[in-house]
Ligand binder design. Sequence first.
Ligand SMILES: Nc1nc2c(c(=O)[nH]1)N[C@H]1C(S)=C(S)[C@@H](COP(=O)(O)O)O[C@H]1N2
Ligand SMILES: [Mo]
Length: 601
Amino acid sequence: MDQPGEGARPDSGRETARAASAPDPLEAELSPAEDRIVVTEWSRRIPPIMAWVPHMRIGKRWFNILWLLPIGVVLLIAGIAVAQQLRTYPAVQQFIHTYPGQGSFQPPVTLGFPLWLRILHFLNLLFIAFIIRAGIQILADHPRLQVDAGSTPGREWLRLRGPVPPDRMKQEPPERAWTAKDDAVTLPRWLGLPGIRHSIGLARWWHFSCDLLWLVNGVAFYVLLFTTGQWARLVPRNWDVIPNAASTALQYLSLDFPTNEGWTQYNGMQILVYFLAVFIAAPLAFITGLLQAPAIAARFGLGWGRINRQVARCVHFAVLTFFVLFILVHTVMVYITGLLVNLNHITTGMNTAAWAGLWLYVIWMVIVVALWWAASPLTLRYPRVVQKTGRLLVGWAKGLLEWRDARATYPERAVSSFFWPNGTLPTSQVYATLRDNGFRDYTLRVDGLVEHPVVLSYDQLKAMPRQEQITQHYCIQGWSGVAKWGGVPMRDIVALVRPSPQARWVVFYSFAAGTEGGRYYDAHKIEHMRHHLTILAYEMNGEPLNVLHGAPLRLRNELELGFKMVKWIEAIEFVESFEHLGAGQGGYNEDHEFYGYRMPI
Ligand SMILES: Nc1nc2c(c(=O)[nH]1)N[C@H]1C(S)=C(S)[C@@H](COP(=O)(O)O)O[C@H]1N2
Ligand SMILES: [Mo]
């Protein structure tokens, strides 16, 4: 290989030493960012578009899911009538007599409800409430669900807004392309967390932080269940649970309820639903969450096929729906099957109808509601605190995922026919001139803490070893796509410039500004730059990279989320720390949208 950079820049020892310590001139073009959100400013850049009540597709037609309410009421009334009629038949009465609800599938548990169980039960509610709100906010940032790995518009089965405008799907000219950010919707602030459009950065800190607390709570719950014998309440011993569940369902539906033996024995219906919530839905939420992580998907090849990330996202949503329904129905059943006694079981831990149970419950609910009410306003006022607290709580756990080596590449037929675009196009004259000349005059500057800073021309870059890979891109907002990328391995650039031992982060500067002005940039761990799948791409799907997707050069680091793949790269700088850059958070979206700088999930 000829040595690109030779001749492009004098390479005497003294020159290099001086260059090595000099900051890249683009450092001065980064913008500071505020530590708070001024909603009117935010709305000026990204005007609110209120989310619809979800619409679901059945065949070719879309239905507002609110239709499920009247349909549900009608079905319920019909169900009650049928159940009451059935109970007049001797055979059915005999069946209910044989399977009253309780039975050998769950022998009585005489341990009562210990304090730990009562506390963990209510903490569970608190955490899951915020997980659900933040989860809905995350959904609102790519308000469509589809099982298609390429997130192709038009293939979704659930959406919170109308279709992507067909004339803007063509992506030509690039300014007209419908970006993922255009697609995001606003939520009411009492529902979403924090509600404003494209606040996914903050919603994710809430989601992941509460996830971790919920997980710890859940693990403690499992351990205590199985060490104290309380598991016997939730795990049916034999198949008698099925006819007993059918029997209890019928009894409930006929509005002539089975006797409430909840202190010692759950009935068939209860035990099945509780088992489902504790042992199936909760682990499934965790697993389908993890499967959406780019680092995990890139390890296990989930960029296409049956369990691709979009499928994981759909199942994750189904689990959310289950939990919402569970909480509603469970609460209503607690009220109508013996309010005071039931509340005493789970608050005071006594089998009485004392009022104390109700008061304790009300106090806890007031706390939950107050936190619910305060969460969005406080998040908007102190977003940087949310970011830093989140990083402290879960940053380390997210970092662990980077240990899972991204290795998945895909066959040609996995390439997505549609690839969502995102980001703010470069508007500078310098860029326009380069573009109009087909980037013939483009040069890439690589400097900072390196022994051998270089300036590489477009031709020199193309003369370096070329690597092609078919990999998956995963945007923080939720869409994904597979494309074939061709370009220069970053490890060759690293070998060429020889970073000094202090260099720990590699900063990519874009020709483009971010939404609030100042250059778009992002910092990556230097270790990732030596990864065999990290490249500077100048081709996409066998063609020269187009302007929309980042011409002349964009980064691919398959371990991280899409926003870290800086497009329209102007310069690369090796640094020891990124604290002095911009607002010091590690990148443009980290500074301005409160994202984390390590984003393998
Ligand atoms: N310079 C610059 N690079 C950027 C962005 C941007 O706004 N400016 N957006 C990022 C985001 S959020 C994503 S998801 C990807 C999108 O790449 P694509 O348009 O090729 O799909 O680019 C990333 N790179
Ligand atoms: Mo993104």
